[in-house]
Ligand binder design. Structure first.
Ligand code: SF4
Length: 692
C-alpha cells in the first residue's frame, strides 16, 4: 500500500489529499494538511476517485483511439499512428484550405494540469498559427477576469482562501459556497464564529443565508441595480473612505453620476429589497475593520456580468478594503484548474502569464522561444468557445479540437450548439470518457486521467500546487501533452517533451509572473501564489500591497453602469424564471462524479427542478412528480423538488442531468465583453405529467 499526495480534481478550493493505492487500485482518499483545506475534504474529495477503478457506472471510459471516417458511420478502433496521421492530415488540410482561424481548440480546466494547457496553447499558436484557444472560464468566471483586470489590474482573487476566516465582514453575492466549494464554506463559517458580519445577496435561501446577519433576497436579474444602490448609499451617507478614494482610485465623479439614479428607495421595484435593508447592509460593510466581497456564478452568468464585477470591486475600493490581509475581492473560481488554464494562456487574448497577444514585443518573445517566424503568429484576439456555434454556422470555423470539455452538455442553448457541431467539418475529442461531445466526434483520442499522471494545478487563490501520479493507466491511452506533441510533430513542428517539469520550466522562463515558482519550491505540499517573480520570492498571499494597482495608471478604477434587464423576461406563455445552479455531490458535466458509485448513490438524479410550494400548488405539481420544463428553445423532463428555500416565480436546475440537460432551455445572450452566456436567467413554463 502506498500514499500519493495529490490535489482534489473538482472545485477550485484546491484541497490536498492522499490517494491510498494497493495493487494499482485506489483504496481510499485521505484528507491531507493542505494550505487551503488543513486536514479536511468535502464528499467529492473523499469519494470522487472511484471512476479510476473503472466502475463503468454510467459512461464508458475511452481506452482506444477511434476514427469515424465518414459522417453517420460507427467509430473504427485504430492504432495511435493512424489516429495521429489522420488527425494531423485533416487539420493541415483545413488550415491550408480555410486558414488558421478556421480551427478552434480548447484547453481543459480539470484534471489534465497546467503543463498540458501550456502545450495546447503552444500547439494552437505555434503550429496552427491561431489564437483560437479558450477554456470553460468563458462560461463561468470570464467576466471576473475581464472586470477585475480593468478595475484592479488582475483577474483573480486578491487574497487567500485561508484568510477569509479573518475578515470581519463578508459580502457574499450570488455565491452558494456550501454547494460549489464546501471547504471555502467552512472558512465562511469560521469567519462567523470569529465574529464576522455576513451579508448574503441571493434570491434563494441558500445555506450561507442561514448563518447570515442579513439575507438580501434580491429578484433574479437585478444584480446591477442592487450593486449601484450599495454604491449610492456609500456615497450619500458618506460611509466611503474619502482619503483612500482620493489617494488610490480614479473615476469618482463619473461613478457618482451613474449611481445617483439608484437610491435604494427608487429601485425597490427592481431589486425587491426594502431600502432600509440595503442601507443597513452598507452601514455594516463600511463600518467593518476588514471586509471581503465574494461572488460566484450568480454574478458572472448574466448578460451584464462584467459591469457587475466592476461594480462589486468598486465597493471594495470605496471602502479601502484592498491591499492588506483579510480584505479584498474573491471571485471563487469553479473548476479545480480553471485559474490554471487562464494562467497558462488558454485564452484567445493572452499568452501564458497574462501577456497580451496583440503586443508585438510579446509575440516576438514567444516566437523566438518557440523557434517560429513571428509573421506567422496570429496578431488578433481569437475566437471564444461561446462564439463557435455561430461561426460554424457561418462557415468560418470548420474544425474543433476539444480537450477535456463537454460543450454538448455544458454550453447554453444546446439546440444551437448541436446545429453548430453539425456544420463543422471535423471534430476531435481528447478525453477520458465517452461524453456527449465525444459521441459526435470524428476522432477520439483517449487520454490519461487525474490520478494516472502528475502535474501542477492552480487553485482559486492563485496558489500553484503539485499533484502526483497514483496509478498506471490501463487501456491504450496517452498523456494529453504527449498526444498534442505527436500531432505537432506530424504537422511539421517537432515537439518533444520528456517530463512535466521540462514543460513547466519552459513556461516559467517566458512568464515573469510565475518565474520563481519552481517544482522544488512547490515541493509535495507547498502552495505558491503568483506573482512570484524571482527564485527567492515566497509568493504573494494578497495583491495590491501599498495600494499599488496593476492598472495603467496604478490607481483603482471606480465603475458603475446603468442596470440592463436580462434578455428574455417571463410572460404569459413562459411565466417562470429558470436559473442554473450547482449540486454538492456532482461536478460540472458529471463525467467523473457520475461514474463514482458513492456520489452517484447520494444523488442519482441531480437535475431535479427546484421550486417554491406556492408555484407548485398553482401548477398542481407534487414533490417528486415528473414534470416537463419548456422554454422557447426546447423541453426537458425531470422531477420536482419543492422547498420554501426557493423564491416564488423562479425555478432552479443543475445542468448535470444527462436525460435532458437544462441547457436545452437556456439562452446564449452573451455579455458583450466577456462573451459569457446568461445561463442564470431565461423564461420557462412547467407542466405536471399525470401519474399513469
Ligand atoms: Fe475541496 Fe472542492 Fe474537492 Fe471538495 S470538491 S474536496 S471543496 S477541492
Amino acid at each position: 500500500m502506498k500514499k500519493i499526495a495529490s490535489v482534489c480534481p473538482y472545485c477550485g478550493a484546491g484541497c490536498k489529499l492522499n490517494l491510498v493505492v494497493e495493487n494499482n487500485r485506489i483504496i481510499r482518499a485521505e484528507a491531507a494538511e493542505g494550505v487551503t483545506n488543513q486536514g479536511t475534504l468535502c464528499l467529492k474529495g473523499f469519494y470522487g476517485w472511484d471512476f479510476l477503478n473503472d466502475t463503468r457506472l454510467l459512461t464508458p471510459r475511452l481506452t482506444q483511439p477511434m476514427i469515424r471516417y465518414h459522417k453517420g458511420e460507427a467509430f473504427t478502433p485504430v492504432t495511435w499512428e493512424e489516429a495521429i496521421r489522420y488527425t494531423a492530415h485533416r487539420l493541415s488540410s483545413i488550415k491550408a484550405q480555410h486558414g488558421p482561424r478556421s480551427i478552434m481548440t480548447t484547453g481543459s480546466s480539470r484534471g489534465t494540469g497546467n503543463e498540458t494547457n501550456y502545450v495546447m496553447q503552444k500547439f494552437a499558436r505555434a503550429v496552427l498559427n491561431t489564437n483560437n484557444v479558450d477554456c470553460c472560464a468563458r462560461v463561468c468566471h470570464g467576466p471576473s477576469v475581464a472586470g477585475l483586470q480593468e478595475t484592479l489590474g488582475n483577474g483573480a482573487m486578491s487574497n487567500s482562501i485561508n484568510d477569509i476566516e479573518n475578515s470581519k465582514c463578508l459580502l457574499v453575492f450570488g455565491y452558494n459556497c456550501a454547494d460549489s466549494h464546501p471547504i471555502v464554506a467552512r472558512r465562511v463559517l469560521k469567519a462567523r464564529e470569529n465574529g464576522a458580519k455576513i451579508i448574503v445577496c441571493d434570491p434563494r435561501r441558500i445555506e450561507t443565508a442561514r448563518i447570515a446577519d442579513q439575507h438580501l433576497q434580491l429578484k433574479n436579474g437585478s444584480n446591477m441595480a442592487l450593486v449601484n444602490a450599495f454604491g449610492y448609499v456609500l456615497l450619500e451617507e458618506e460611509l466611503y473612505d474619502k482619503s483612500y478614494v482620493a489617494r488610490f482610485t480614479e473615476g469618482l465623479e463619473a461613478y457618482r453620476q451613474t449611481v445617483k439614479d439608484y437610491a435604494p428607495e427608487k429601485v425597490e421595484h427592481l431589486t425587491g429589497i426594502p431600502a432600509r435593508d440595503v442601507r443597513q447592509a452598507m452601514r455594516t460593510f463600511a463600518a467593518a475593520p476588514s471586509a471581503t466581497v465574494m461572488w460566484g456564478m450568480g454574478v458572472t452568468q448574466f448578460g451584464q456580468a462584467v459591469d457587475v464585477v466592476r461594480g462589486l470591486s468598486s465597493l471594495a475600493l470605496l471602502t479601502g478594503n484592498l491591499g492588506r490581509p483579510a480584505v479584498g475581492v474573491g471571485p471563487v473560481r469553479g473548476q479545480n484548474n480553471v485559474q490554471g488554464a487562464c494562467d497558462m494562456g488558454v485564452l484567445p487574448n493572452m499568452f501564458p502569464g497574462y501577456q497580451d497577444v496583440t503586443d508585438p514585443a510579446v509575440r516576438q518573445k514567444f516566437a523566438d522561444a518557440w523557434g517560429i517566424d513571428v509573421n506567422k503568429m496570429d496578431d488578433r484576439v481569437g475566437t471564444r468557445i461561446t462564439e463557435v456555434p455561430h461561426l460554424a454556422l457561418e462557415g468560418k470555423v470548420k474544425a474543433y479540437y476539444i480537450m477535456g470539455e463537454d460543450p454538448l452538455q455544458t454550453e447554453a442553448d444546446l439546440g444551437l450548439v448541436r446545429s453548430g457541431f453539425e456544420a463543422l467539418d471535423f471534430v476531435v475529442v481528447q478525453d477520458i470518457f465517452m461524453t456527449k461531445t465525444a459521441e459526435v466526434a470524428d476522432v477520439l483520442l483517449p487520454a490519461t486521467s487525474w490520478g494516472e499522471h502528475g502535474g501542477v494545478f492552480t487553485c482559486a487563490d492563485r496558489g500553484f500546487q503539485r499533484f502526483g501520479k497514483a496509478i498506471e493507466a490501463s487501456g491504450n491511452v496517452k498523456r494529453d501533452w504527449e498526444i498534442i506533441s505527436l500531432l505537432a510533430t506530424e504537422m511539421g513542428y517537432p515537439m518533444h517533451y520528456d517530463s512535466n517539469q521540462q514543460i513547466w520550466d519552459e513556461m516559467r522562463e517566458l512568464c515573469p509572473l510565475f518565474f520563481g515558482v519552481t517544482y522544488e519550491k512547490m515541493g509535495e505540499m507547498g502552495h505558491v501564489q503568483w506573482p512570484c517573480p524571482t527564485l527567492d520570492h515566497p509568493g504573494t498571499p494578497y495583491l495590491y500591497k501599498d495600494n499599488q494597482f496593476d492598472t495603467p495608471t496604478g490607481k483603482g478604477q471606480l465603475f458603475a453602469a446603468p442596470w440592463r434587464a436580462p434578455a428574455e423576461t417571463p410572460d404569459e406563455d413562459f411565466p417562470l424564471v429558470l436559473c442554473t445552479v450547482r449540486e454538492v455531490g456532482h461536478y460540472s458535466c458529471r463525467s467523473m462524479t457520475g461514474n463514482c458509485a458513492a456520489l452517484q448513490s447520494l444523488a442519482d438524479e441531480p437535475g431535479r427542478v427546484q421550486m417554491h410550494p406556492a408555484d407548485a400548488e398553482k401548477l398542481g405539481i407534487k414533490e417528486g412528480q415528473l414534470v416537463w420544463v419548456r422554454s422557447r428553445r426546447g423541453k426537458v423532463i425531470t422531477r420536482a423538488s419543492i422547498s420554501e428555500r426557493i423564491n416564488k416565480g423562479a425555478v432552479y436546475m443543475t445542468y448535470q442531468w444527462w436525460i435532458g440537460a437544462c441547457n436545452e432551455l437556456t439562452q446564449d445572450n452573451l455579455d458583450p465583453i466577456s462573451k459569457t452566456p446568461e445561463t442564470k436567467y431565461c423564461a420557462v413554463q412547467l407542466e405536471a405529467i399525470e401519474d399513469q
